[in-house]
Write a protein that binds this ligand. Sequence first.
Ligand SMILES: O=C(O)[C@H](O)[C@@H](O)[C@H](O)[C@H](O)COP(=O)(O)O
Length: 495
Amino acid sequence: MSSAPPEVLVHPDADVLAAATAARLLTRLVDLQSHRSPLHVVLTGGTVGVAALRAVAVSPVRDAVDWSGVHLWWGDERFLPAGDPDRNETQAREALIDALGDALPPGNVHPVPALSDDVPDGATAARRYAAELRAHATGDGLAPRFDVLLLGMGPDGHVASLFPGRSALYETHLLVVAEHDSPKPPPDRVSLTFPLLQSAREVWVVAAGTEKAPAVARALAGDDVGTTPAAAAHGTERTLWLVDVAAASSLPGAPRDGSGPAAGAAEGLRPRTASGADGAWAAVDAYVAPLVAEPAAAAAVRTAAADAGLPDIAVSAAQGRLLELLARASGARRVLEIGTLGGYSTWWLAQAVGATGTVLTLELSDAHATVARASLAAAGLTDRVEVRVGPATDSLDRLVADGTEPFDLVFVDADKQQLADYLDRAVALARPGTVVVVDNVVRGGAVVEADHPDDRVQGVRAFVERATGDGRLLGTVVQTVGEKGYDGFALLLVR
Ligand SMILES: O=C(O)[C@H](O)[C@@H](O)[C@H](O)[C@H](O)COP(=O)(O)O
């Protein structure tokens, strides 16, 4: 989970930005190679992204990198025939890869499949790329753990080929998707989705030019992803915004006269970000961490999920402790969880039920369940936790049909589009006094927007309306801020 707020480094102009990004990337690769190999770097198209590759090619530091231990991927691609000058791959080969020659083994370069007879459409290319990513994943993961992921950003705030208002922004299962009638030509593109982009250790967003300034400011202020996709660009360990003075000119504290930092310097501006004023929310989470005292066993579950490339959408340690406390306070012995992911929240709930209690957790993805089962087994929780794979509504309907003994606490942290249905079934599997906790129901405040394009927001609104109208429930919504940004959870008691 990204604990650090984004860092913003401002450069005098686009040329210096490209050169500095190149120097930063080379230095980072050299440093990382002393710790691990291979490294996985995700390239971006766009003016600055390609200019940075050209600067890498001519840098004296270039040969300090052992390129045989570096794999290159793309965050997105224009779906065109191989060799088309507009393809990001073509431009990257001309800018850097060709210059590296034999130093970079061909097998280390992973382009998105090009349009061809064998790959007639973007969906095929997306499937093939997902397979290529999985073939290079670590362990049971779905993709390699990216070390540095570069993203350019458009004036509309798009990153990769994830554009405002498009459904691909909210994709939570597929790691690679095809985009059609893209607002930025060419119309057909292939793009990594946010779950994969956000699994990268470091995400570097590069942007230059006055036309980018409004989107840079919106993104760093924590705008909704549907409006400004770049707002969701963050890494699990570090998020860097590498911009020039012009692109930073709408940030709080930016020099209005474009004076900017001294030539060649890069200066940090402390933006107000989704993690609160100047990162205060994340800082408070860090300050209270000793109180939460995340056990090493819990951290191991979290790390295993990140290393397996699972999306960074699990609860925070503070939120995990809250779940445990709610379960303990209610004396829960039988807990139902909808949405396992890597088992992190499951671990906390399992602490609460104790050795004689049970947690049944439902997960759609077999791959996620595999990671969770391994982590929970490593934590010695196999006796009290069952991970059941399949569509949650099917599993829930079977539990209802079987007349399953009521659960004492239900935690819902799954696809938001079906929350209202999950609530109905949770109540059917409850008793008077059962506690129901539903996560992510505030969504940066988007929940109040009746015409919001995000169908997860619409799912949450339907859930709130369903809960409001159900006389069996006593409930509230607690808004939260912290390292996971501004969100909240519903707390319901079955009467
Ligand atoms: O395929 C692409 O076009 C890029 O991947 C795209 O996301 C690009 O990075 C931005 O649109 C910024 O492009 P500019 O830097 O040229 O504005």
